[in-house]
Design a protein around this ligand. Sequence first.
Ligand code: NAD
Length: 321
Amino acid sequence: MLIVPEREIADLMTREAAFDAVEKVFAAMASGDAYNFPVVREAIGHEDALYGFKGGFDRAGLTLGLKAGGYWPNNLDKRGIINHQSTVFLFDPDTGMVKAMVGGNLLTALRTAAASSVSIRHLARKDARVIGMIGAGHQARFQLRAALEQRDFEKVIGWNFHPEMLPNLQEVAEAAGLPFEAVELDGMREADVIVSITSSFDAILGADQVSPGTHVACMGTDTKGKKEVDPQLLVRADVFTDEVAQSVSIGEAQHAVGRGLISEADVAQLGAVINGSHAGRSSDDQITLFDGTGVGLQDLAVAAAVVDLAVERGIAIEVDF
Ligand code: NAD
């Protein structure tokens, strides 16, 4: 068995490798070559922790495995370690033997940022120049850094429920040589691309605060009850997702579908656009919305990529098992 420890991931994994891995696995999901297993997520009644498993099998990439982990809210205050903790296990699909154990913390941020980036690459207008961020936490930094690589953006605008966190976005924008401006939500009408990544349970962005032709990537809603945008925005938009079953149950579309504003059939897989079986953006005036719920196959895809890189560089630790 190969081990790639968390401490090695930052030097091994690149945004490009994460993008390629996620784009490929989205395509495999849409063509029926890859599927996710039902998600397990439990409040374990210890340390207020949420723990669970996300797994799947990609027949095209021959990647089988799971990500185990969750959220320990007391970690930072009590132990000085981050609250999100996860580890990916990969198995040999021919034998069932364990192949690799990979640190999953940084990979989670990279694969989540890669997902919105893939949506921007395939759905945003080519002439997008202003990117709007809603959310300024840990993931938001990764989201912005990756998104900036997808178009020739000239300006970053941002809004956050906790305005004191906005310097997180400003730092990333300025490191990329772009000006940053904090705006009210009405100011989001200036954006050609909007990425939301918050832990909100109430709609933040109104349906009329988005201009025609904008691409919106909703990345924060990954649990029942969470919500980042007015469900009416999904009525205005062409809606795409990583996985339809998750989108309508735990993603942003849960609310619009639950209220009968749109149906499950109105939600398309982003992978179908990548495959060319869905045309994607229909006009320069159409709003497109990507509901990024986060699937296990994304984790397995980036973990498999990082194992290959670790083997190539002689960094993977090999143990008899
Ligand atoms: P974080 O704690 O670092 O940041 C939380 C963000 O949400 C901040 O911008 C904060 O201001 C905002 N926020 C908190 N309470 C709010 C409220 N009541 N209303 C509006 N905004 C509020 O968290 P993070 O690690 O950046 O994660 C952000 C979200 O992304 C989480 O909900 C997490 O579950 C989700 N996430 C999704 C995926 C995916 O694949 N889709 C992957 C990882 C994380």
